[in-house]
Ligand binder design. Structure first.
Ligand code: IVH
Length: 678
């Protein structure tokens, strides 16, 4: 009895100590993370954490619900409100040399049906390594500021840009457009980044100015953001009804309004002058106040932007010419095999940690086994590695061979995760685990893809949580996510989970339930069905039922312009699998999948199915198709009873004949152009 009492007493004291430690650690976390004003040394802080963790391990039943190891708020949260951009925020395709640049120019001339020797005017400017931001001004007043997000929907950071240099609340001048979206880059100067870091404790320092800018902008407490000297430089125009002829005309207006754009812009008419500019800016790179990672070339005329449109997420009218990657050397300590969502087995080098351009690197991809053999890479070798922007660091070559070189890296005979069979497709260098529906790595990869920003977008539900729930059998397939509340009690008992984090997760899951068709198709992760193909399918089938009903209909799928045989096989294969069928049916019950929204246009070709045949003289085939899609038409490659119009160019082939047989209206190129003239 006496002993028992003593235990109670001891436990009482432990509990008190844990409570005290929790208060201390949480207080210093706040000073550290949010206020950037630490009051104790790293060592003192670490000692508190160590003491806390030791006690938690010894007395697991005394761990506090809101102790220092509980994930609260920040990791799973609906931090910011969502804002839909008025026009999509695109990204840029990359070029790395003169050949890439000249291919880009050649491609767009072909698209516009221009002769090779025609000159197109470009504007060039440095590519700032920051984050893109969308500012919406209404009648000259700043209405909202939002991050790029997934390009369509971003985060509302309006309260966090109040002190940003270069973002006026009210535009100078008068006669402002009713609405205008101004896009640009938000960043920190290199000096300001160093100063900010010098006030942060070692493990909280940012690794580069870009991360520091992102961390500062996305602070929950706007008062902290205010103390960070963020800057804004405009580089683009989003939605507006106002008509500008050239990029320079828009930039001149921005200057009058008090919004800065780059002071290093230049216009060009030849590829040689563009390359000269690239080299000049590269030389200036280290002396500039902010980080840049290349130059951007954009066509000068907005009319051509409209004609060219975009492919996937990238405009056809602009390209980033990147500077070469930063390189260094280090030792390969080990080589692991990683299995991705599509079963691809990638060898990854574990490295002795090195600093490349301010970023600490300890892993680098070795791409595939042919590469390893070609470069003869072995464990213990000193290798050269390179890192460019957000791309995963890569091993380039062996610089110094290891002393003992008996350890040749050979491809695994079986999947390193599920032990299933592996195979290599004829035209691919990649080795894959073919256990598509039963390999844990692929299943986890699918789940992570499903919840990702581009997928169903469950805020804050990342790899770590997915793995945790997968291992505990709470979530095995994507539809299990919507039944997670069945495991509420078990989750609340887990290390790192509490009421708040659990409720936030449920809220995020609920928020993700309304989804549009193209996103849904992308999220379910059919191989070879990326964002572009998903949109193509959504446009074709308009609603989920129609898509599912036709998902095994080869005839119908083959007819969709832009859909290749690999994607078609993969779609049919996916929907032929009974487990997948069940998953989809379960998902449909839980989600509200909105129909594809056709452009609201009264155009003659809206909702029409059209076929082009023969060579067009005034536009390229690609531009004609692009235009037709913009007008809401669907383009197919074969003529059938469902075809509404066949547009014939020079030397039409059998399609024109078939159209006559089926009595489908035929139009010449001129008829078609006259119909679509604004
Ligand atoms: S033009 C259609 N100009 O780079 C997008 N972008 O890698 C047109 N960026 O998302 C962007 N400096 O955030 C443009 N001078 C510049 C830029 C720039 C940085 C960023 C931008 C974009 C990203 C693409």
């Amino acid at each position: 009895m006496i002993k028992k009492n003593n235990i109670y007493k001891e436990e009482e004291e432990i509990k008190k100590r844990l409570e005290k430690l929790s208060r201390i650690i949480n207080k210093h976390n706040l000073l550290y993370h949010q206020k950037d004003k630490p009051k104790i040394s790293d060592k003192e802080y670490d000692d508190y954490v160590k003491e806390n963790n030791k006690l938690e391990k010894q007395y697991p039943h005394l761990i506090l619900n809101n102790g220092p190891n509980t994930i609260v708020g920040s990791s799973i949260s609906n931090k910011f409100k969502k804002i839909e951009h008025k026009s999509a925020m695109l990204s840029l395709a990359n070029a790395f040399n003169k050949k890439d640049l000249s291919d880009f120019i050649e491609r767009l001339k072909k698209f516009l049906n221009l002769e090779e020797k025609t000159n197109i005017s470009f504007i060039g400017e440095p590519k700032i390594d920051g984050l893109s931001l969308n500012l919406l001004y209404e009648n000259g007043k700043l209405k909202t500021a939002s991050t790029r997000g997934d390009g369509k929907i971003g985060e509302d950071v309006s309260n966090n840009i109040i002190n940003v240099i270069g973002i006026p609340k009210q535009l100078n001048g008068w006669k402002h457009p009713k609405e205008i979206e101004i896009r640009g880059e938000i960043f920190l100067n290199k000096k300001d980044f160093i100063k900010l870091n010098s006030n942060l404790q070692e493990k909280h320092k940012f690794s580069n100015p870009r991360n520091a800018a992102a961390g500062s902008l996305r602070q929950l407490d706007p008062n902290i953001t205010k103390t960070r000297p963020l800057r804004f430089i405009a580089h683009g125009l989003g939605y507006t009804k106002k008509k500008y002829m050239t990029v320079n005309e828009f930039y001149s207006e921005l200057k009058l309004w008090g919004i800065p754009n780059s002071n290093l812009t230049k216009t060009f008419n030849s590829i040689d002058s563009m390359m000269d500019y690239y080299h000049v800016i590269e030389k200036k790179r280290s002396s500039l106040k902010y980080d840049i990672d290349g130059v951007v070339f954009k066509i000068h005329s907005y009319d051509l932007h409209d004609r060219l449109g975009f492919v996937g997420k990238n405009p056809r009218w602009a390209i980033a010419l990147k500077f070469s990657a930063e390189k260094t050397s280090t030792k390969i300590i080990d080589i692991d095999f990683q299995v991705g969502r599509t079963g691809a087995i990638t060898p990854v080098g574990r490295l002795e940690e090195v600093n490349i351009g301010g970023v600490l690197v300890s892993n680098a991809t070795l791409h595939n086994f042919d590469e390893i053999a070609k470069k003869d890479i072995r464990i213990g070798d000193i290798v050269q590695i390179q890192r460019a922007g957000d791309v995963i660091p890569q091993v380039i070559k062996v610089i110094e061979k290891a002393k003992n070189r008996n350890n040749i890296i050979s491809p695994p005979k079986f999947c390193p995760v599920c032990n299933g069979n592996v195979s290599k497709e004829k035209d691919e260098a990649i080795l894959r685990c073919i256990n598509q529906y039963n390999c844990d790595a692929q299943k986890i990869g699918q789940l992570v893809h499903f919840v990702s920003k581009q997928g169903i977008n469950i805020d804050g539900f990342g790899v770590k949580q997915i793995k945790q729930f997968y291992d505990l059998n709470f979530i095995k397939k994507i539809d299990d996510i919507f039944l997670i509340d069945m495991h509420k009690n078990n989750i609340l008992e887990l290390d790192g989970w509490g009421d708040q984090s659990y409720n936030n997760l449920i809220k995020s899951i609920d928020n993700s339930k309304k989804i549009n068709l193209e996103r849904f198709i992308f999220a379910i992760g059919i191989r070879y069905v990326g964002e572009t193909i998903s949109t193509l399918l959504a446009k074709e089938f308009l609603n989920i039922d129609n898509f599912i009903n036709n998902s095994k209909n080869y005839e119908r799928l083959i007819n969709i312009d832009g859909l290749g045989p690999k994607a078609i096989d993969s779609i049919v294969d996916y929907f032929s699998n009974t487990l997948n069928q069940k998953t989809i049916l379960n998902l449909i019950k839980k989600l509200t999948i909105s129909n594809f929204r056709k452009p609201q246009s009264s155009s003659f070709f809206n909702n029409k199915s059209i076929v082009f045949t023969g060579s067009l003289l005034k536009l390229s085939r690609d531009e004609a198709k692009h235009l037709a899609r913009e007008l809401g038409a669907t383009i197919t490659s074969t003529v059938s009873k469902r075809t509404d119009y066949v547009i014939v160019g020079d030397k039409p082939g059998s399609k024109a004949k078939k159209a006559m047989e089926l009595k489908i209206p035929i139009m010449t190129e001129d008829d078609w152009l006259n119909k679509i003239k604004p």
